[in-house]
Design a protein around this ligand. Structure first.
Ligand code: KIV
Length: 281
């Protein structure tokens, strides 16, 4: 029997139990109709990522995400999802400054957003926040390697852990998060050998993005997967659809039909006498 059954609402313990038994599929998503489609398609974890700032709001980084934005998108996604585990991404400065604030903000993702868990970026330096959130019985997903909220420190969106020292730091960060009780850890943009080492060393699932094949699961950004991001095409993205072309073609065809008078047809229009119309109004 599948560890992650197709027909039932998945739980955090089921995600943990999938390690070494079944690969986990995770995508980001930000709105209700897309979430319903991804959920019905069998995606196991749906992350309401702070990447919403870049994919939906056109910002150059995720740093502009706020709690209110993230909760609003998380609520839209949670309402549409029946099976997947919904994870809310904690925005920049919502958990780093003070553990008590971190707990309050994490709690909002569950209470107001309907999420099952939250994700935070960073390793040992954010352990006080992680431990406080976990102590409030809020499941936490960790995230190490290229953590986009730290891109200023890294000097850009660059692969991390290529040198022995930084690789060791990332391993120790992942182990500390797992020991603290995180139920899964995202490994972003690290060499595949390092991801394999971390995956073998931690007892919880690793979810790779630009981290090679040996992780326990894979995560990608929805807009990349369906071909809605045209300017940026990271090496690790596999594009499964070309919605930019589909949407562009549909919009061009609509404009052409409007201008030629071909739309709307009689079938697409209402008929009725004036008295009926008055009643409708
Ligand atoms: O916000 C996001 O999309 C993420 C993924 C890259 C894991 O954190």
């Amino acid at each position: 029997m599948s560890v992650l059954p197709e027909s039932e609402s998945l739980s955090i313990p089921q995600i943990v139990a999938a390690k070494g038994r079944e690969k986990i599929a995770m995508l980001t998503v930000y709105d209700a109709p897309s979430a319903a489609l991804l959920d019905e398609a069998g995606i196991d974890i749906l992350l309401v990522g702070d990447s919403v700032e870049m994919t939906v709001y056109g910002q150059p980084s995720t740093l502009t995400a706020t709690m209110d934005t993230m909760i609003r998108h998380t609520r839209a996604v949670s309402r549409a999802v029946k099976r997947a585990v919904v994870v809310g991404d904690m925005p920049f400065l919502s958990y780093q400054a003070e553990p008590a604030r971190a707990v309050e903000n994490a709690g909002r993702f569950l209470a107001d957003g309907g999420a099952a868990a939250v994700k935070v970026e960073g390793g040992r330096r954010i352990l006080p926040a992680v431990e406080a959130i976990l102590a409030a019985d809020i499941p936490v997903m960790g995230h190490v390697g290229l953590t986009p909220q730290s891109y200023r420190k890294f000097g850009g969106f660059k692969v991390q852990g290529r040198e022995a020292d930084s690789a060791r730091e990332i391993v120790e960060d992942a182990q500390a998060l797992a020991s603290a009780g995180c139920f899964a850890i995202v490994l972003e943009c690290v060499p595949e050998t390092l991801a394999a080492e971390i995956t073998s060393k931690v007892p919880v699932p690793t979810l790779g993005i630009g981290a090679g094949l040996h992780c326990d699961g894979q995560v990608l950004v929805f807009h990349d997967v369906v071909g809605l991001t045209r300017d940026l095409r990271p090496k690790f993205v596999r594009r499964y659809a070309d919605l930019s072309t589909v949407i562009g073609d549909a919009a061009r065809a609509f404009a052409k039909d409007v201008k030629s008078g071909d739309f709307p047809s009689r079938e697409e229009s209402f008929t009725g006498s004036k008295p009926t119309l008055r009643r409708v109004h």
